[in-house]
Ligand binder design. Sequence first.
Ligand SMILES: *Cc1c(COP(=O)(O)O)cnc(C)c1O
Length: 628
Amino acid sequence: MEKISVEDIQSLYGIDAWGGKYFSVSEEGDLLVSPVEKRGESVNVKKIVQELKKSRVQTPVLLRFPQILSHQVSRLCKAFDHAIREFSYQEQYSPVFPIKVNQIRHVVQSLLQSGYSHNLGLEVGSKPELMASLGMELPKDALTICNGFKDQSYFEMASLGASMGRNVVVVLEKPFELEQLMKLKKSGAVLPWLGIRIKLQAKGSGHWEKSGGQASKFGMTTIQLLQAIEFLRKHDMLSQLKLLHFHIGSQVTEIRKIKSAIKEAARIYAKIRKNAIGIDYIDVGGGLGVDYDGSKTSSDASVNYTVKEYANDVVYTIAEVCESEHVPHPKIISESGRALVTHHSMLIFDVRDQISESHSQAPVFQNKESQVVSELIYINENISVKNYREYYHDAVEKKDELYSLFNLGMLDIEDRAKGEWLYWQIAIKAIRSSKTAKFVADEFVELEQKMFDKAVCNFSVFQSIPDHWAIDQLFPVVPIHRLNEKPTRKATLVDITCDSDGEIDKFVDLKDTKYALEMHELVEGQPYYVAVLMVGAYQDTMGDLHNLFGAVNDVEVVYDEGKAIIKSVKRGDTISDTMQMYGYEEEKLLAIVRNRLQEVGLSQSESDDLFERYKNQFPRYPYLDSED
Ligand SMILES: *Cc1c(COP(=O)(O)O)cnc(C)c1O
């Protein structure tokens, strides 16, 4: 076994680039998390997994670090506080957490606690989200911002919030919502504050670019904005209008896109502020991105700016426009979701097998082989750095010939096996030789990609990292142990669903995307664990139950007084749970299976035994049982 240094392994997986101060590797080769961002005060992930296993909480498991949530909130608030001081800004900043990014109550509560002194509020995009938020304690001055498409009862719930003393802001998206507002007014209910979402000319960048711009599905055009203000004035509701809102999409990768959106929105604020003097909030929406690959570039998995730069640009730009227009500085709200929660959780699963085309056992050759097999033997023995291209091409031709002859009934299945095996040996040698050239030809790059191992991993992409499947989002992936050993295998990760899309075949890399993950050789009888990191935003509720694999075990870990503490364990769905969701009732299934077992004429004890086995599976985890 070859050793590798901490520095080298950290740069191999990019941990030093994307990990910030949260993630690192110990001298013993274990993945560490420093939830309070201090080196030395860290949680050893492997030890947590082992401890959980002792209490029969098996992988796949999601580990959450609520202290990371606090840290991210204070990082964002500090950046804005700093900018406000630096540019002598006259008003304050408050974050608002968009709960669609992670609705889990524990997560929202941790954020509310950490953001209390900054009046952290909530943004909701639907009636159920609004109802959830009304049941949470918010600071007195915090806002509850209501976005999304609304019906009359959504307006009523917002009014109910206002009656509770909450600062509820209903953001008007479309002109028809003014009619709903009128109905609410006529009913005599308490009116919430109002905001207007505007359509900017400016667009974001990256995957969610189409959330902004004139063609976006959200927000009012300029004429609609002016008419809405007129409508509110006419019906004596203009004093309720407090906020101007825009959102140009999530994970905006380029800072100049953010700057131009702010510039445009601030100008609109300034122009309407002169008539609608109640408007004293500007809400810059979400979009603050996360550097998943550590490259600090405008590629989709990265951002070319820091939180500090973002805060500086928002504050400076708004101040500049307001001063030139001689209007007061507004209070600033941002709806950063991804940036607050991404880092706080990681998924850990065990690897069950490494499937490899090229690592299979050699067949036994006879003295006299068929023509085509003999020719492949010759190529395999004589391929070299000098002739590899030509010899490899010959091998491809021979392989085609092998299959044709087999299909015509002219070769035995043993010949087919030998031929296939030889072809892969030749391919390995060709790839190795191709690497000695200055430029590796595309065909050998592609060939290598085809030959990566497939590591079979005990999880479901569809349940746990749906964005990888749906929108090709990249997440950092790292083994959680043995990181002091040099990895010797390269693999894509296939999940245990019966779906060929259930695979991670793209990995973060500083320069480019990698098509395989460096891994270690599995050791018989020893589990091998891999973590997918930075899955705290959007993944928790977007997952589905493909193949009836349900929610995974969910564990909170905190670092306190020198050690890691498992704070809470929420068991994942059982087989019974996931079946029930689709109409399979345990009682009915049990009755049918019991009857059937009795009918087929087994002895009573055999039938009882089989029935017990069936029944015992219901309360269990749908994922693969641990092997030890
Ligand atoms: C989704 C959404 C957000 C969150 O965006 P992030 O990029 O996660 O910060 C904020 N505001 C609105 C209106 C949204 O729809």
